[in-house]
Structures are given as C-alpha cells and as structure tokens.
Design a protein around this ligand. Structure first.
Ligand SMILES: Cc1ncc(COP(=O)(O)O)c(C=O)c1O
Length: 277
C-alpha cells in the first residue's frame, strides 16, 4: 500500500498525516472516488476524475486540482505489483471549525493505492429497511458522508449478504451502498434511472453502453419489490465489475443466469481493450 497527501508520498501509509481539524474528519465534508487498478494501470480514470469534479462542485467545496490528483495516482501506483488493485482518492474542504460551517481551506487531497483481490463473480444481497433520499442535499454526489452506507452494509453482512440494496423515498429500487443494480425481466436488462437518486456509477454508464450494444438494456424505475420477481439480478460497481446475484434476502436467483453470463463476457472483452474508456 502507498499513501500520498497534498503532493507528498508518505514514508509509511499508516503515518499520522491529516490535521485533526480537517472538516472531512469533523463532519464528513469531502468527496471521493474509488478507481480500480487493472494490470497496474488505473481503469476509467478520466471518468472518475470528472465525477470527482462534479461531486466537489455539487458539495460546494471548490474545484479540485485534477493534475495534482493524477500526480498522486501515478506516485502511488508506481513500483507496486498490482494485477488488480484499488485507488482511493479523497478531497476534503480542508481545515475547518469544530462544527458544520466550513473554514477557508485549502483542500486536503489524499490518494491511497493498494493491491486487492478481484471480487467474486457471484454474490448475495440484502434489502434494507432504510431509504436513499433522492431529494437530499447529497443525492447523486459521492461524498465522504457515507456512515449511512457503512451501517447498511453491516446490516447486510449480518444477514449473509455482501451488499445492502435500498429503495428511495418513493419505494422505488435505487442502488447498493457501493454499487448500482440491474435486473433481468422478460429478457430485458433494467437499471434504475438517475432520477431514482442513485449515484451515476462509472460501471453503470459503461454497462449501459457496452451491454446495450448487444443486449436489450433500459433505464426504468420500478418498486423495489421487482427484485422478488426478477429472473436475474446483477450488481455493477468499480470493485465488483458485473457481479451476478444468487440470493436476494431469502430468495434464490439463478446466477449467473444467461443474461448475467453474457453481460460478464461483454464486459470482460470491452474492459480488456481500453484502459480509459
Ligand atoms: C452509492 C454508490 N452507488 C453506486 C456506486 C457504483 O459506482 P462506480 O461504478 O462508479 O463504482 C458507488 C461506488 O462506489 C457508490 O458509492
């Protein structure tokens, strides 16, 4: 693992380094990205940096210096043997007071990169009794205020799932804590619209493009109960890629079913051809 902070590689990634008054720590006032490393190189880095910019602007913490972030990404990838890995980029509003109002910055920029195991191609999900607020101030932004997600994924893990999936306030299927969802019904692959309040996932966008070229893929909202009748269920996310789901709560689902298998093949083929699509 290598860690980089505000332009400097840390001697040891666990060295104390961030100011205790950082508003990212005090109230979660920051944005982040998780980028996969494939064969030693960051996958879809440009799309992730564009979303980092959109999240920072949406949160109102100002525009991050993306050239600086790229420097951190390169510095933390260099010299690590990584067939697969994970890069975590965090940008906070910087030092602030011990309450919600912000200070004057400057921003704190952190990049941490580590080798990782590839996710299993099949997994299970648990639906949770809490909702994503599609009208909330942070809807659609990838912020470090993710404690809600941490709680939900622990709820899912306690029930044998690797991911928690939630509805929005309208009761529509929305997303997982770190993934978007797709399901098959009547031969069609369906994923919730961005109006559902889900994050505009990089994997989701690429899946709509890549799978959509060969399969019937649509964006459509439906009540979360659709998961009880779906023929197949798939999670989409940076660390999971295209993951088939074999159990939704107590319901067994064929996995990988024919559409999930086709989706995984199309994904693997396309991903092998381009590192920054
Ligand atoms: C809430 C949420 N939804 C969806 C995703 C999937 O997005 P991506 O495919 O860009 O990883 C993430 C990413 O971690 C997320 O945090």
């Amino acid at each position: 693992m290598k860690a980089w902070l505000n332009g400097r590689l840390l001697d040891s990634p666990r060295d104390p380094a961030v100011n205790v008054l950082d508003h990212g720590i005090v109230v979660g006032d920051g944005v982040f990205e998780t980028v996969a490393v494939v064969d030693g190189r960051p996958f879809a880095l440009t799309r992730h940096l564009e979303r980092l910019m959109r999240s920072a602007e949406g949160l109102g913490i100002g525009r991050p210096d993306l050239d600086l972030v790229r420097t951190g990404v390169a510095a933390t990838c260099e010299g690590q043997d990584m067939p697969f890995g994970r890069i975590r980029i965090t940008v906070t509003s910087g030092e602030g007071p011990l309450g919600s109002p912000r200070g004057d910055g400057p921003q704190t920029v952190i990049v941490v990169t580590e080798p990782a195991e590839r996710a299993a191609s099949v997994s299970s999900i648990v639906t949770v009794p809490w909702v994503r607020n599609e009208r909330g101030a942070l809807a659609g932004l990838k912020t470090t205020s993710y404690a809600e997600n941490a709680l939900m994924v622990e709820y899912a893990r306690a029930r044998g799932g690797s991911e928690a999936v939630m509805a929005n306030t309208r009761g529509e299927l929305c997303e997982g804590t770190g993934s978007n969802i797709m399901y098959a019904i009547d031969g069609q692959l369906v994923t919730p619209t961005l109006e559902s309040g889900c994050l505009a996932g990089v994997t989701r966008a690429l899946a709509i493009e890549w799978l959509g070229a060969e399969l019937d893929v649509v964006e459509r909202d439906a009540p979360i109960e659709v998961l009880q009748e779906a023929d197949e269920v798939i999670l989409l996310g940076t660390t999971r890629n295209v993951q088939a789901i074999e159990r939704v709560d107590d319901r067994e689902v064929p996995a990988p079913g024919p559409l999930a298998r086709a989706a995984q093949e199309i994904w693997a083929r396309a991903q092998a051809q381009q590192i920054d699509p």
